[in-house]
Design a binder for this molecule. Structure first.
Ligand code: NAD
Ligand code: TYD
Length: 350
């Protein structure tokens, strides 16, 4: 194999698409997926590629520094693409410490392990940290986040991601570790865990349950199809400038209420329900504390420097996403009943 890349969080939503992209596109790379299989990690996401000769899975928790170092010593990765994280804002509000442990301490453990095995010989090496636009805080009605926007995180989730970004840059500035960062907008697509807005609403529409909209529903997010995020990570990993960060987005802002109405419209059409049926399920509920009003990415740098462009429009991506959920009801049932842990034990017993 020409190169070995450790991808952390590869069993999660975005990580599984990144693993698939790399395993398929680079048969001459050895891809090691390192994941703790928390509630959000699911090896079913990788069923179609798990037999590929250039793919391996290692169950490990990035908060375990000694285990991470031993894995890096064994596999000697040339590159690390770091996606493992606690990723849900609402969970960060109820249990912030878990976010500090995985997102901050876990990231520092990976940086230490990379620094240790690369031993200051950084030729051909790269640590790619995958982050979020939420580190920049909240926008008002106008403006966009650029790479130079000052960090101003508000939720425990975004504070932990901001901290991890700072550590990644600090290891570059202090030890010369070769790094790149990507800060991406909200993702959606196949395998999205149904705690986030879009898959939660798809699940609830299927089960004719209320669609909970926080506050007045006027909060705005900038949405990117997950496979387009995976392609951006591939591009930045290979061509991004050492030490730089790149904002990833598709200039695709939606107010939550409009997005959910579009989702309802497409679902009614696909399910053969009368128009307006699903929208009747919309229910305004208590707001999220500290809810950021608006996120919007200025994605000109990645476009102009690396030629990046998303491949699908939002309407197309949403349609692909709904079709995936309709065709994968068993996946949805498993993750919503907790059965996917059982899948792992069966698959890897002994
Ligand atoms: P996810 O919650 O779906 O998956 C996270 C994965 O990390 C899971 O497989 C989980 O098992 C694993 N993990 C969690 N804690 C771990 C630990 N201690 N050790 C090892 N593995 C652990 O998250 P996601 O939505 O796929 O996000 C992936 C990355 O992308 C995160 O770093 C997130 O901050 C970032 N990001 C997400 C979005 C988004 O819209 N979801 C947008 C921008 C950036
Ligand atoms: P979410 O998918 O949790 O992503 P993030 O908080 O990282 O942006 O939420 C997207 C938006 O949808 C956000 O403004 C919060 C809102 N939201 C709801 O209105 N209801 C819900 O049940 C959820 C989960 C989110």
């Amino acid at each position: 194999m020409e190169k070995t890349i450790c991808i952390t969080g590869g069993a999660g939503f975005i990580g599984s698409h990144v693993v698939r992209e790399f395993v398929k596109k680079y048969p001459h790379y050895r891809i090691i997926n390192i994941d703790a299989l928390t509630y959000a990690g699911n090896l079913e996401n990788l069923r179609d590629i798990e037999q590929e000769p250039n793919y391996s899975f290692v169950k490990a928790d990035i908060t375990d520094a000694a285990h991470i170092l031993s894995i890096f010593q064994e596999y000697q990765p040339d590159g690390v693409i770091h996606l493992a994280a606690e990723s849900h804002v609402d969970r960060s509000i109820t249990n912030p410490t878990a976010f500090v442990m995985t997102n901050v301490i876990g990231t520092v453990n990976l940086l230490n392990a990379a620094k240790e095995i690369w031993k200051d010989n950084y030729e051909g090496k790269r640590f790619h940290h995958v982050s979020t636009d939420e580190v920049f805080g909240a926008l008002g009605d106008t403006g966009l986040f650029t790479e130079d926007t000052k960090y101003d995180p508000h939720s425990p989730y975004s504070a932990s991601k901001a901290s991890s970004d700072h550590f990644v840059r600090a290891y570059h500035d202090t030890y010369g570790l070769p790094i790149v960062l990507t800060n991406c907008s909200n993702n959606y697509g196949p395998n999205h865990f149904p705690e986030k807005l879009i898959p939660l609403c798809i699940h609830n529409i299927l089960n004719e349950k209320p669609l909970p909209i926080y506050g007045d529903g006027k909060y705005t997010r900038d949405w990117l199809f997950v496979i387009d995020h995976a392609k951006a990570i591939d591009l930045v990993y290979h061509q991004g400038k050492n030490g730089d960060s790149y904002n990833v987005g598709g200039f695709n802002e939606w107010q939550n209420i409009d997005l959910v109405k579009e989702l309802c419209r497409q679902m009614d059409e696909k399910l053969g329900r009368e128009e307006g049926t699903s929208a009747k399920l919309i229910a305004f509920v208590k707001d999220r504390p500290g809810h950021d009003l608006r996120y919007a990415i200025d994605a000109r740098k990645i476009n102009q420097e690396l030629g990046y462009q998303p491949s699908v429009t939002f309407e197309q991506g949403l349609s692909i996403t709904i079709d995936w959920f309709l065709n994968n009801e068993e996946w949805l049932n498993n993750v919503t009943s907790g059965d996917y842990q059982g899948y792992y034990e069966k698959q890897y017993k002994g």
